[in-house]
Design a protein around this ligand. Structure first.
Ligand code: OSB
Ligand code: MG
Length: 366
């Protein structure tokens, strides 16, 4: 396969409602799309880096700069996803930028040979159960209305974003209103310290599936200590940037569940390595999200169909995020999303919509 050129396209996608986490509030998704052009096929990758370095050190302008200045110039003459991964390896970090380029190459390569991403990765299911991530709200009644709406739509599990001052009360209110049978979990996005263990232990009373990333990104040892103080299982998100991190976390006892986000770990090949490792150790997985458009969502849904993804993911329907997605919208059927069956990621941007939301494009001839 020979790449003739690569387009870096920025799009602005207004969110239907502000999404508030312990690290900030998003009102619009500023997305970088990578389109790889070869004589046989085109491939797409969505960079999940956000506008500001608040979730992790990465942010979208830096990802674009990494791509144009280092990663694209380092591409091998005859790339496939594995060769691209190896060629980018010398550059430290910037996993979200790397993931976007690797995914675009992988998509082009799979489209050229007619293979769906799900089958390439080893998917075992043709649809995946879906949860929804519910942001921090201004009041408990507002939260209960939001959760009621999502349960009506059929979501199979609810994740509440928490932070100090918005933790026990919202969890208690959701349990009281919707009952014990609702699959419920929380995500702190690193907002606590080990000194908060007594407060976090009070969450044990609510029979949560898991608590996601209670402590800081590099607090692996502290997470292991916290795990001995809680009965609620600990799930890591921000802390796991590679299969090596996953191995360390599992060995330390820092988590019993991992939220896999392909962007965070540098791509779908690395995500599959984490899947093999976690399965071998009996660690449960689920597929996280970064408010993706249909391009990123399609690939995530393929990953979520692997057999080790045993918990419902944050793979919500397009309308949970956007009035209009750039692909045919992903729609919930009976709490599930269908795994795309076409070659590669299996979806295409709708050209008119894509143009409407585009804020800039940049063409790099190879
Ligand atoms: O921590 O999982 C997270 C969104 C952006 C950044 C980080 C996170 C999230 C979510 C939403 O929780 C997941 C989604 O619905 O895409
Ligand atoms: Mg998270």
């Amino acid at each position: 396969m020979k790449i003739t050129g690569i387009e870096l396209r920025r799009i602005g996608m207004p969110l239907l409602a502000p999404f508030r986490t312990s690290f900030g509030t998003e009102t619009e998704r500023d997305v970088l799309l990578v389109r790889v052009v070869t004589p046989e096929a085109e491939g797409w990758g969505e960079c999940v880096a956000m506008s500001q370095p608040l979730y992790s050190s990465e942010y979208v302008d830096a990802a674009a700069e990494m791509l144009r200045r280092f990663l694209i110039p380092a591409l091998p003459a005859h790339p496939d996803a594995y060769r691209v991964q190896r060629a980018m390896e010398p550059f430290k970090g910037h996993r979200m930028a790397k993931a976007a380029l690797e995914t675009a190459v992988l998509d082009a390569q799979l489209r050229a040979t007619g293979q769906p991403l799900a089958s390439f990765l080893g998917a075992a299911a043709d649809r995946v159960p879906c949860g929804v991530s519910v942001g921090i709200m201004n009041s408990i009644p507002e939260l209960l209305d939001a959760v009621a709406g999502y349960l009506d739509e059929g979501y199979i599990r609810i994740k509440l974003k928490i932070e100090p001052g918005w933790d026990l009360a919202p969890v208690r209110a959701v349990r009281e209103r919707f009952g014990e049978q609702v699959l419920l979990q929380v995500d702190a996005n690193a907002a606590y310290t080990l000194a908060d263990a007594p407060r976090l232990a009070k969450l044990d009373a609510f029979d949560l599936l898991l608590i996601e990333q209670p402590l800081a990104n590099d607090d692996l040892v502290q997470h292991a200590r916290l795990a001995t103080l809680l009965t609620t299982p600990i799930c890591l998100d921000e802390s796991i940037e590679s299969a090596e991190h996953a191995a360390a976390a599992i060995t330390l006892g820092a988590c019993s569940i991992i939220n896999v986000k392909p962007g965070r770990v540098g791509g779908y090949l690395e995500a599959r390595r984490i899947h093999e490792l976690a399965r071998a150790h009996g660690v449960a997985l689920w597929c996280g999200g970064m408010l993706e458009t249909g391009i990123g969502r399609a690939a995530n849904v393929a990953l979520a169909a692997l057999p080790g993804f045993t918990l419902p993911g944050d793979t919500s329907a397009s309308r949970r995020y956007f009035a209009t997605d750039i692909t045919a919208p992903f729609e919930l059927r009976d709490g599930h999303l269908d795994v795309p069956t076409g070659p590669g990621i299996g979806v295409d941007p709708i050209q008119d919509i894509l143009e409407e939301v585009t804020t800039s494009t940049e063409w790099i001839t190879l």
